[in-house]
Design a protein around this ligand. Structure first.
Ligand code: RIB
Ligand code: CA
Length: 311
């Protein structure tokens, strides 16, 4: 086993965020240094409660959990309760009061501390709006050369929140601009790839055959998540967007990438939050993103099944 990826998962659970954490915690290729939460799918109070619930499900007692930004840097918060429900994690029944404790420190400060003091290269894995990452970079630029890379779910060549913008980037485009212009190596899993990772009835049935508490919880999440995607987008399955980041860290061969320039639109009336993906290199600008465009779907689902089977 090569050295594990030492990751901080910055998330807004959210069904697919939860599955990303579950996949990460199951595999020796990943060492979760910390989990941080941000306002996104639902309020940061709710995303943090959901993160506590997942930590309890996985017995992640030694992984520090810190709450982050209540709102984006500039715009007002917009939640996605129509997709993830009011709780942000409808489907499974969780105990009313979680056991997992929340660190006193703000998420951005935990990210700074971990990057500066841990003598291991830290990979940041944001799966929600990039507010905490931007706050950390703005507050302490010294972390920029010490971050191994940022592996994010967000953006794409089309949108799911507006025609131009994907929810995470739209959720805080000013923060995304800070991150995409930071100079930190970026690996981006946008909708072009995550929509290929749809958990259909066939996949959910295969996961349901595993029959352990973690797998059962994932099945209950996916049953709910699938219905909202069927209702709102007419999809056959639930795209587990955020799990693509973790699957890549476990087995990069599952994906194919293009090294391209990506800029973030923060001014457009119709294009705010757009990731301007320069696939043809027409800007002549230095590429700043490894953009995922190919997925070996069979290997992806085998990885998820192996992950759940390991609990
Ligand atoms: O657009 C999909 C992204 O928005 C995912 O990260 C999902 O969890 C929501 O945060
Ligand atoms: Ca998310």
């Amino acid at each position: 086993m090569t050295n594990p990826a030492n990751v901080i998962i910055d998330c807004d659970p959210g069904h697919d965020d939860a599955i990303a954490i579950i996949m990460a915690a199951s595999n020796a290729a990943i060492n979760i240094e910390a989990i941080t939460t941000v306002a996104g799918n639902v309020s940061v109070e709710k995303t943090t409660l959901n993160a506590q619930r997942i930590c309890d499900l996985l017995d992640l007692n030694n992984v520090p959990l810190a709450k982050g930004a209540q709102r984006p840097l500039v715009k007002e918060s917009e939640v996605a309760e129509e997709i993830h429900a009011e709780s942000g994690l409808d489907g499974p029944q969780f105990p009313e009061h979680p056991v997992k404790t929340i660190e006193e420190i703000h998420a951005a400060d935990l990210i700074i501390d971990k990057v500066l003091t841990t003598n291991k290269p830290i990979t940041l894995v944001p799966t929600g709006p990039l507010t905490n990452i931007a706050l950390a970079v703005i507050k302490e630029p010294a972390i920029i050369p010490k971050i191994r890379k940022i592996v994010l779910m967000g953006g794409g060549t089309f949108g799911n929140w507006t025609p131009a913008a994907e929810f995470n980037i739209y959720g805080d485009a000013e923060a995304a601009k800070v991150v995409f212009e930071s100079g930190v190596p970026l690996t981006m899993f946008g909708l072009d790839i995550t929509h290929k990772a749809q958990a259909t009835d066939r996949i959910i049935d295969e996961l349901a055959a595993i029959k352990n508490p973690v797998a059962n919880t994932v099945v209950e999440m996916l049953d709910f998540f699938k219905h909202t995607y069927q209702e709102y987008f007419g999809f056959d399955g639930a795209p587990i967007h955020d799990a693509c980041t973790v699957a890549y860290l476990i087995d990069p061969s599952i994906f194919e990438f293009k090294h391209v320039r990506v800029d973030i639109e923060t001014k457009g009336e119709f294009s705010y939050g757009m990731t301007c993906v320069d696939l043809l290199g027409v800007t002549g600008k230095e590429p700043n993103v490894h953009f995922a465009y190919g997925l070996d779907e069979e290997k992806f689902w085998i990885l998820l099944k192996e992950s759940l089977d390991s609990y």
